[in-house]
Design a protein around this ligand. Sequence first.
Ligand code: FBP
Length: 554
Amino acid sequence: MRDDVSALEKARLGYEPRTPDILRAPAPALRIEESDPPAVAGDADTVRRDFPRTFGQPMLAFTDGAGGRPGRPHRVGVVLSGGQAPGGHNVILGLHEGLVDAHADSRLFGFRNGPRGILKGDATELTREGLAPYRNTGGFDLIGSGRDKIESAAQIEAAAAACASLRLDGLVVIGGDDSNTNAAVLAEAFAARGLSTAVAGVPKTIDGDLKNEHVEASFGFDTATKVYAEMIGNICRDALSARKYWHFVKLMGRSASHVTLECALATRPNVALIGEEVRATGATLESVVESVADVVRRRSEAGKDFGVCLVPEGLVEFVPEMRRLIDELNGRLARSAGRLAAAGGFEAQQAIVADGLSTEGRRVFETLPAGIRNQLLLDRDSHGNVQVSKIETEKLVIEQVRARLERLAGADRYAGKFSPQGHFLGYEGRCAAPSNFDADYTYALGRTAALLVHFGRSGYLCCIRGLAGDVLGWRPTAVPIASLLHLEERKGKPTPVIAKALVDLEGAPFRTFAAARARWALEDGYRYPGAIQYFGPSDVRDRPTETLRLERGG
Ligand code: FBP
């Protein structure tokens, strides 16, 4: 063991993930139970047409008992895809231990730096000794990650060639909605080529937006939100102590506001903006700002020129007028790429872009602070979307609230002192040492992936059911990914993809928040969750997120 690890790291290296008995058993002692294919998320005919070999597969559960498959050595590849999430290393550990328990001669290969590693055939063998220092650690540094896609026919061919040359029985894709959509595409393509590599997916993302009837939570959400909630709780206490600052905290979650909602439930700030609600009410940026400024004003009248406001990073995309502007900008940027590259500096670029916008688009663009206008023009991601983590939404809200308060002050309706502080919490939580929940959950997911490979089942996403209850009662299952696909417009054409789960405004987490927020706005009822605990009483150490408890009971 390295002698320079921290005391906590050392202790965590010795932590044995708690595991339901069924997942402790070696694969040959288990058998698969099939049940009816699940209901299909989207347009069944289109998905059946595009996924003829993997569509309509049954749901799977694993039980003990005779009739299983005899153990044989498996060769498996694994890849980490997309943004980091706590617990990735434990998926790989669980996968390795599951494979080796099924047959001691099994071998695991890690593709380096995400899907790019598959395309280049860049893999490294992962052994028990090599994995040992990564037990219960955060990060994806064991093999790295990346955001490349495997989409084109040539890329799919390269992936098939890499799996064939390594003679893989299985390929495990650890990723979010897009990466698991990719896993479904690969499973279908491999089946069409008669390649015997079974493709399995594992649900990962701190954003919490890969969940559905079968997937109760994506891994990493628990740990990341606990890290953010600790910090927000500390900020709340600082605000209450100093009584002079308004803190605006932007939180990661590019397409959904689950992280913000969970942190609000955990810490009870004065304001939390939920993007999905903004969209549902059709609110303008101005009306969102007015609602925040109103809380600032009312607290000020009560002698409290301080408070805490949470802002989801994806907020701008939920405000309908901003969404329209961003769509216009995406098109404008794509069409004027050459002119923009030749223009010297942001001012010239802004002029070029503004020139081609609709009257409404130009109005909205010009009301934004210069810094935000610049950020809206930054490089797009591989889907052509704005990279919302680079937009300083908290500063946008601060500037607009300040302007609103100045107007109110001018009309003698506000006499307070507004001293804002901006924060962005995102990267701080993505590589934290996994909480017990995530350490156990990811290990169980890894062992479930090993079972899918052992039984030669391809095109499935690993699921663990009963997550809000005790670990020993968790149930490993698997859902065919094709059943989760629905049609979305991608690069101008309807494409089957896994639907992102947005905050459900009828769901218990949002309703709990909505019922309490008026009180939280004016009172100082903050909660201080403190740091993640790995030891101590179970209700402190193993407590799942508020979201999971409210959604799934327990
Ligand atoms: P995934 O969806 O890949 O899990 O990543 C989510 C996320 O952490 C978002 O919350 C954030 O907007 C984005 O990644 C940041 O991406 P990057 O790491 O490329 O800066």
